[in-house]
Design a protein around this ligand. Structure first.
Ligand code: C2E
Ligand code: CA
Length: 387
């Protein structure tokens, strides 16, 4: 607990007045504590209260009482002086080290001050844990890259009229030695925050190219294209074209067999230089997919980029007030620009029928196939092509 602006009193009314205030404040604090609580003055205008509590709401009650106790003005040198305090609250059991609890209370107290003083703030364990977790995950991701623990699974996009796969979307998985298969939601954000986005992305590009090349060799009758999801940091990475060229060179994959998926949200927020870089990828014969398309992209963007497909989540269509009209609008808009539409996230057979009935030509989702490991994906491709 820190008195707010105590220094002001000291400087204006003198040290004697300051001391008087400290004594009076201590007395008021003591009055709102139980005899079993400990009140200490740590230094200057810094106090600490150690209280044993039962109810999780008790610390807040104590803090409120302490703040309330300062509300009546102090009479110093015949002047009414108003004082307030900022309080940080740390809760822990007897296994916690006192210095750790004090440090946490201190952290919380500074937050209370920053939030405008005259208030209390609990130490947020969650934030501390989050920081520790992030640091740990970061190290784990780096090691996982070195140890080759990442894999790509593949989910087909099919042409609805004959169920032929036209494309395989690469989806990253982490074969964690302890936790088993981890999904991107569990680690991609941490990787991005750690600045590992482009590194992880480069691995994905290389691996996707290697697989595209392997399929092109093994299943020549199926011109399968592999699509790769790009994160915002990857799209903004000035080295992206170089990384792509390197991936094509080392794997022997043709750029024509690779598609880059960038979400509409990311595309809409790109600075011009990143957009131009993406635009120039067209000269590599690379195609771009607009992922999670909601029909709100500026038309000039669509013209600028080598866009090969718009991927629209089925939920966007099915939950719109008039699904059939929404589908119609989408399809006519795309047809005018000669861009195919893929409906993604089609989960059940009924939805798949609706998608086809609405006139869409391509779909992706659990109703068709779940993402498969490379072996299963190869078997799937061989199976469909052998039909
Ligand atoms: P996304 O690009 O929208 O990919 C589709 C996600 O939906 C995948 O989740 C897929 O498994 C899941 N999915 C497919 N069909 C269905 C369905 O019918 N119903 C439902 N409920 N879900 C379906 P996943 O693999 O967990 O990936 C999540 C997101 O992580 C992806 O969303 C993508 O944005 C990102 N991601 C995945 N792999 C990579 C990668 O290699 N690099 C980057 N930057 N992002 C990736
Ligand atoms: Ca995608």
């Amino acid at each position: 607990m820190d008195l707010d602006r105590f220094k002001l009193v000291n400087d204006s009314l003198g040290h004697a007045a300051g001391d008087q205030l400290l004594v009076e404040a201590s007395r008021r604090f003591q009055e709102c504590l139980r005899s079993t609580d400990t009140l200490a003055r740590l230094a200057g205008d810094e106090f600490a209260v150690l209280a044993e509590v039962q109810d999780p709401a008790d610390p807040a009650r104590i803090a409120e009482r302490l703040i309330e106790a300062l509300r009546p003005p102090f009479l110093l040198n015949g002047e009414e002086v108003y004082m307030s305090a900022s309080i940080g609250v740390a809760v822990g059991d007897w296994t916690r080290r006192p210095e750790d609890l004090l440090r946490e209370a201190d952290t919380a107290m500074y937050r209370a001050k920053a939030a405008g003083r005259n208030r209390y703030q609990y130490f947020e364990e969650a934030m501390h844990l989050e920081a520790v977790r992030q640091l740990h995950l970061e190290g784990e991701i780096r090691r996982a890259l070195e140890r080759g623990e990442f894999v790509l699974h593949y989910q087909p996009v099919v042409r609805l009229q004959d169920q032929v796969p036209v494309e395989m979307e690469a989806l990253i998985r982490w074969r964690h030695p302890r936790d088993g298969l981890r999904l991107p939601a569990e680690f991609l954000e941490a990787a991005e925050r750690a600045g590992l986005g482009p590194t992880l992305g480069a691995w994905v590009l290389g691996e996707a190219c290697r697989q595209a090349r392997a399929w092109a060799t093994r299943i020549p009758q199926s011109p399968v294209v592999v699509s790769v999801n790009l994160s915002a940091s990857q799209v903004q990475d000035p080295q992206l074209p170089d990384r792509l060229t390197a991936a094509f060179q080392t794997t022997g994959a043709s750029p024509r067999t690779l598609r880059l998926e960038v979400s509409e949200r990311v595309l809409a927020s790109l600075p011009p230089e990143a957009l131009h870089r993406l635009g120039r990828l067209g000269s590599l014969e690379l195609g771009v997919h607009v992922d999670d398309f909601h029909n709100s992209l500026a038309p000039d963007l669509l013209q600028w980029l080598p866009i090969r497909a718009l991927k629209v989540p089925w939920a966007v269509i099915s939950t719109s007030p008039e699904p059939r009209q929404a589908a119609h609008r989408l399809l006519t808009g795309a047809r005018d620009r000669r861009i195919p539409v893929v409906v993604k996230g089609v989960e059940d057979p009924q939805a798949l029928e609706e998608v086809a009935a609405m006139g869409f030509e391509y779909a992706e989702g659990f109703a068709i196939a779940r993402p498969m490991d490379p072996e299963a994906a190869t078997a799937y491709l061989l199976g469909v092509n052998g039909r």
